[in-house]
Design a protein around this ligand. Structure first.
Ligand SMILES: [Zn+2]
Length: 374
């Protein structure tokens, strides 16, 4: 059995794969929508329940977390699947449609398509009696909001795993992901003193003015060459036009490839000193997702996938992307992590999100072969 056999098997099942993809995508499941998440979780139970292994469920305030455990040799390989999407219900004119070579729908690319790819990779292994390593598959409901409930479960499972595969989509060029930037969110508050702008403005300390000085210093902490960016992307302050602004705050999005850069920026933020006499600064927030930095072991994992891709006619490169995923958590624990094993497509988080239908069999076969090769 080789890559071409599994490709032919997948090609023969493309209509069936599309039917499952449609049924799953039609159960719209935006993060936080417990009804929608429940419906999607039930689809997963119906689809994965009959497979070899044991499927269990844990209800959390963010929605159900499902875990599929499949016996096999050695320490388990952990597969990360989130089934929430960023799209509020009804965002698309039609929750699933086919247009020429595209299948379009909320979450079809990020990442319900990847979950369907896994479903067929497992069905293929069972149909052919192929041996797989021990597997644990986590289906989580809150990745798009930072995985507040799932994170401890993901980390606990990762600590026992010998490798982690993330079924997020590949890069827009179709490459796998070996590096992701870390993501931090910080809030800088300036506190001044209110006073009547007309009667005695000299008694006030203007927090907006103070913050204006600080925002430029924050931006100066960027290092574009190293890929470190700081976005002061939300700002608010003041109460009325005739009152010297007593408070103002800015929210800052930090992205960086390395923990070293995160630390440099955090030190810079902590070292900010007020410019106006009488003003104070308060910094809060921190790192939400640590950077996913490539290691020798994760690159070895990638090399395996690349070799399989070659046999399938795919040219895979080690991709690096700015967005975070649950792979950031597992990579930070030192567990070799390979991301981007979902379906090929584009327009993530947009109302035109799609996967390329004729490419589905090759991506599904890639996953099936990679599982067998681990
Ligand atoms: Zn995703």
């Amino acid at each position: 059995m080789g890559a071409m056999e599994s490709l032919r098997w997948m090609e023969a099942r493309l209509p069936e794969i599309l039917k499952d993809l449609e049924a799953f995508v039609r159960r719209e499941s935006p993060s936080g929508d417990l009804e929608g998440l429940e419906a999607a979780a039930r689809f997963l139970e119906e689809a994965f329940g009959p497979l070899e292994g044991r499927l269990s469920r844990k209800d959390t305030p963010a929605g159900p977390v499902l875990l599929l455990k499949r016996e096999g040799e050695g320490a388990p390989v952990l597969l990360l699947c989130h089934y929430d999407t960023v799209h509020p219900k009804g965002s698309f004119p039609e929750p699933f449609r086919l247009e020429r070579e595209k299948a379009i729908g909320p979450g079809v690319y990020d990442m319900k398509g990847g979950i369907i790819a896994l479903l067929y990779a497992l069905r293929y292994a069972e149909a052919t009696g192929r041996r797989l390593p021990a597997l644990e598959v986590l289906f989580t409901p809150d990745e798009e909001v930072g995985s507040p409930e799932s994170r401890p479960l993901i980390e606990a499972a990762a600590k026992k795993a010998r490798a982690v595969l993330v079924l997020e989509p590949p890069t827009p060029e179709g490459h796998l992901k070996v590096a992701r930037k870390g993501v931090g969110l910080y809030r800088l508050r300036a506190i001044g003193k209110a006073a009547h702008q007309g009667v005695e403005p000299e008694k006030g300390v203007n927090a907006i003015l103070e913050l204006a000085h600080q925002v430029l210093k924050v931006a100066a902490l960027e290092d574009r060459e190293k890929g470190t960016t700081l976005g002061p992307n939300r700002i608010r302050g003041g109460t009325a036009t005739n009152v010297v602004a007593e408070e103002a705050e800015v929210e800052i999005d930090l992205r960086a490839w390395t923990l070293e850069e995160v630390q440099r920026v955090e030190e810079g933020l902590k070292a900010l000193k007020p410019v106006l006499p009488g003003a104070r600064l308060v910094l809060s927030g921190g790192l939400n997702r640590p950077p996913m930095e490539p290691t020798e072991a994760s690159l070895a994992l990638f090399a395996k996938a690349r070799a399989i891709g070659e046999a399938l006619g795919l040219r895979l490169e080690p991709g690096r992307v700015g967005g975070g995923s649950d792979g950031n958590f597992t990579a930070a624990l030192g567990v070799p992590t390979l991301d981007g094993l979902g379906l090929f497509g584009g327009d993530a988080h947009q109302k035109t999100e799609y996967v390329v239908v004729p490419e589905i069999p090759r991506r599904t076969a890639l996953l099936a072969e990679l599982l067998a090769a681990l």
